[in-house]
Design a protein around this ligand. Structure first.
Ligand code: HEM
Length: 139
């Protein structure tokens, strides 16, 4: 739940793009050949109409009943992309994250340094603008 919520609010890949290789019609919308379409993952992940009024709040419990329980349109949760070019490493990434977090939390406790300022920025990926100063104690 914590990993899902982190990937929802801070998706490392905040934008995925596709180029139309031919003219394409979606209902009333014509997408001409050659146009690049950017899907704003972060916008989809924080839309209050989809996630509820607390959509900008970090709340891992929203995933207590899985992705379908967390939002109205589960397809919009796409930290690893969707479709034929979905991230090949998504299962490996999830296992790595679970292992790493379990190992770290069973050996150390963490708290935020008073120096920390919350300022996520979109560069190549979403990252903390001023780094993350942590106070780490060995258990
Ligand atoms: C938290 C970690 C990761 C995130 C958030 C992530 C996210 C993504 C996203 C958003 C895409 C683009 C999907 C699209 O265009 O629709 C992608 C593609 C890809 N990812 Fe990841 N990824 C992660 C970890 C990994 C790992 C660990 C590997 C390999 C060991 C990996 C391998 C790939 C590959 C090969 C593609 C290209 C797939 C294709 O174009 O067919 N990723 N990833």
């Amino acid at each position: 739940m914590v990993i899902h919520e982190s990937l929802r609010l801070y998706p490392p890949v905040a934008v995925v793009s596709r180029e139309a290789l031919e003219d394409m019609q979606f209902g009333d919308i014509l997408v001409p050949k050659g146009v690049n379409i950017w899907t704003m993952v972060l916008t989809l992940h924080t839309d209050p109409q989809i996630w509820g009024p607390d959509s900008y709040i970090f709340n891992p419990n929203r995933f207590a009943n899985g992705i379908t329980g967390a939002c109205k349109i589960p397809q919009v949760y796409m930290p690893f992309g969707v479709g034929p070019r979905v991230c090949l490493g998504q299962n490996l990434a999830m296992v790595e994250l679970k292992l790493l977090i379990s190992l770290l939390l069973s050996n150390f406790s963490f708290s935020l340094s008073p120096n920390y300022t919350h300022s996520p920025v979109l560069r190549l990926v979403i990252e903390p603008e001023n780094g993350v100063d942590l106070l780490v104690n060995k258990l």
